[in-house]
Design a protein around this ligand. Structure first.
Ligand code: SAM
Length: 224
């Protein structure tokens, strides 16, 4: 890889371990990574194809579901606060030959300088972060002008439909099981309102996924 490493500023370790439920999430996103990637294959191809082999920042990298989309030569700065996911993430990166810089912290405050990052990626994360607007503002701060924010997210189903109704009904238990995940967040609207120069995005359901409540989804590439 040709790019110099990013300069890291001091940061707060905001990682967590909620015991059994964090262990469950680490297990879930390790065991089902292949399957979830199949449901989201088209979304990820559209959003992640063309990532250059340079420094890439991934928000909520989990157990490494997106490592397979990283071209050879990437240096991956993975923000991941769930400590139970760290071993799986290290193993996935090591197997793929991806250089990993694991940052045990949330994406609301990233340890990168203003306008220093070319590529930020995430999948299924803006549904879960405590403050999605703060994370999007932070993405805007760290990206260079012309840099990309590539995302694949499940989003709120339209009001008035059955799925949207179910999403609202299951919000609390779903959020408890998946450590903060909101099945009914208007994530795409928030990205579109976050002040990027352009947002190319498409609403597209995850196909044949059994996780029916969260099959309303979008992929996109926002440019700073
Ligand atoms: C649904 S999982 C998705 C994991 C992975 N991106 C994937 O696609 O399999 C949500 C991830 O966001 C992480 N997360 C939670 N709060 C976060 C925050 N404030 N900043 C960054 N990541 C966060 C979780 O620990 C978890 O790994």
């Amino acid at each position: 890889m040709d790019s110099a490493p990013l300069r890291l500023s001091p940061y707060q370790d905001t990682s967590f371990d909620h015991g059994a439920i964090s262990r469950f999430n680490a297990w879930f996103f390790t065991v089902l990574a292949g399957q979830i990637n199949r449901y989201a294959r088209l979304h990820k191809e559209l959003a992640f194809d063309g990532i250059p082999p340079a420094n890439v920042v991934e928000l909520g990298a989990g157990c490494g579901a997106n490592v397979g989309w990283m071209p050879a030569g990437v240096r991956l700065y993975a923000l991941e606060p769930n400590r139970r996911m760290h071993d799986a993430l290290r193993k996935t990166c090591s197997r793929a030959g991806v250089e990993l810089v694991l940052l045990p912290t949330g994406a609301e405050r990233m340890p990168f300088e203003d306008a220093s990052v070319d590529e930020v990626v995430c999948s299924l994360v803006l549904c879960t972060v405590g403050d999605a607007d703060a994370v999007l503002a932070e993405v805007g701060r760290v990206l260079r002008p012309g840099g990309h924010f590539r995302f694949v997210e499940h989003i709120a189903a339209p009001q008035g439909g059955m799925r949207g109704w179910v999403q609202l009904k299951i919000r609390r238990p779903w959020g408890w099981i998946f450590e903060g995940c909101d099945p009914h967040r208007d994530t795409l609207a928030r990205i579109e309102a976050a002040g990027f120069t352009s947002v190319v995005a498409e609403r597209r359901k995850f196909r044949r996924s059994p996780f029916w409540p969260v099959n309303t989804a979008a992929w996109g590439i926002a440019t700073r």
